[in-house]
Design a protein around this ligand. Structure first.
Ligand code: ADP
Length: 397
């Protein structure tokens, strides 16, 4: 069975084709600058040169058309006919309270996507465009939506409500939804397999630390609490997002700088986080290099990131009661040896101990705690695309 996974952003599209016999990626590609000058597609197949298509792509339908051309291209493609694709899995961002698991896309799903576009105005419409393009060009193939929010629909009310007048939850559905659900779900499944534990009895804290970052407390294999909120802005300090702050900062800045809602949203999402603090970069490799060279603000940004993560980790350990493992994933979680060390520093007093030698790894699937640590600490490379492909496979079977 071959499953195509599509992840549409507002002007970009990432894709991977999986052969589900062996769960191997046959091809992956990226389309950039959809709807603007300089549209291009780059496709990568192991053992072949990168394949480039530079043609105007005015919308996502055009882009998906070129993705299909690239997949069946005689020299650079990997399949001879589009009928070899058995299903398409789409990454969707916000399904709100209407979608609690991966689903075959029908009218109800479309309605939910539309309803929650109010909280994901850039992502949900782009995700929808990717789906509609596939529906038009591959009318006989089933499309599955895998939502970033779905995994977190098991959170109890005390963890997802904001301490606002309850009427705003009822009137606007303002609450914590959580994101990165596909990654946290994948990490939960892998942790259960690696630790050889029944997933229904597994309590872990999954730390997805990438450009966007979130931590999820998983109780009995289900999301119990998470750091992101109504939108992916809440919680940890991120590459360019502020994460938690006193809400008064928002109203003050809007007044003081005469900012519109769009401008303050842009400020908090694109110009804040470690980029805002350091003034140097949102990339942790740059920050680590700069901090080592004595750049004070880069060092502060890294410490802020670690401290915010620590605060949530400690809180979630208490919320869970029993924690089997703390798992690091995402670009930073998988690769930054020093950030993992920095976050875990201070937990020794609870007998949760990182083994500095074992911690000297990048990616893969590794246990990096000492043998006598109360809680296992792990590094597990995430694979959201494979998770989407697996969910798609099981739904279209
Ligand atoms: P996204 O949220 O865009 O999917 P990723 O999970 O790919 O992000 O994470 C990207 C981030 O990972 C980069 O911005 C960089 O900060 C960090 N990163 C990648 N490799 C390393 C490394 N070797 N050391 C430290 N940070 C790294």
């Amino acid at each position: 069975m071959k499953i195509l996974v599509i992840n549409c952003g507002s002007s970009s599209l990432k894709y991977q084709l999986f052969d589900m016999e062996n769960e191997k990626v046959m091809v992956k590609g990226l389309v950039e600058r959809i709807g603007i000058d300089g549209s291009r597609l780059i496709q990568k197949v192991e053992g072949k040169e990168d394949f480039l298509i530079e043609k105007p792509m005015s919308d996502h339908t055009k882009a998906v058309g070129y993705v299909f051309d690239a997949l069946v291209d005689k020299e650079n493609g990997v399949i001879s006919d589009l009928s070899e694709i058995d299903g398409v899995g789409h990454r969707f961002v916000h399904g709100g309270e209407k979608v609690a698991k991966s689903v075959i896309i029908d009218d109800e799903v479309k309605k939910a996507v539309e309803e929650y576009t109010k909280f994901a105005p850039l992502h949900n419409p782009a995700n929808m465009m990717g789906f509609e393009a596939c529906e038009n060009l591959l009318p006989n193939v089933k499309n599955v939506a895998v939502f970033d929010t779905a995994f977190h629909q098991t959170m109890p009310k005390e963890n997802y409500l904001y301490a606002l007048d309850y009427k705003y939850y009822e009137k606007y559905a303002i609450r914590k939804y959580g994101f990165h659900g596909t990654s946290h779900k994948y990490i939960t499944q892998r942790a259960a397999a690696i630790l050889e534990k029944d997933i229904d009895d597994l309590n872990i804290i999954s730390c997805h630390l990438g450009n966007g970052a979130s931590i999820c407390a998983v109780k009995n294999g289900k999301s119990f609490d998470t750091t992101m909120g109504l939108t992916p802005l809440e919680g940890l300090v991120m590459g360019t997002r502020s994460g938690d702050l006193d809400p008064t900062v928002v109203t003050f800045l809007m007044d003081a700088e005469n900012m519109s809602t769009a401008e303050i949203n842009n400020e908090l999402n694109k110009k804040s986080g470690v980029l805002g603090i350091s003034g140097v970069s949102s990339d942790f490799r740059d920050l680590e290099e700069n901090a080592n060279e004595g750049n004070e603000r880069s060092g502060i940004a890294l410490k802020m990131f670690a401290n915010r993560a620590k605060r949530y980790l400690a809180g979630y350990i208490a919320e869970l009661g029993r924690c089997d493992a703390i798992v690091f994933t995402g670009g930073i979680g998988e690769n930054s040896v020093t950030m993992r060390e920095s976050i875990m520093e201070g937990f020794e007093q609870f007998n949760i101990k990182l083994d500095k030698e074992k911690n000297n790894v990048r990616g893969g699937e590794n246990i990096v705690s000492t043998d006598d640590s109360n809680v296992k600490i792990m590094v597990v490379a995430t694979n959201e695309e494979l998770m989407i492909a697996k969910d798609t496979q099981s739904l279209i079977k």
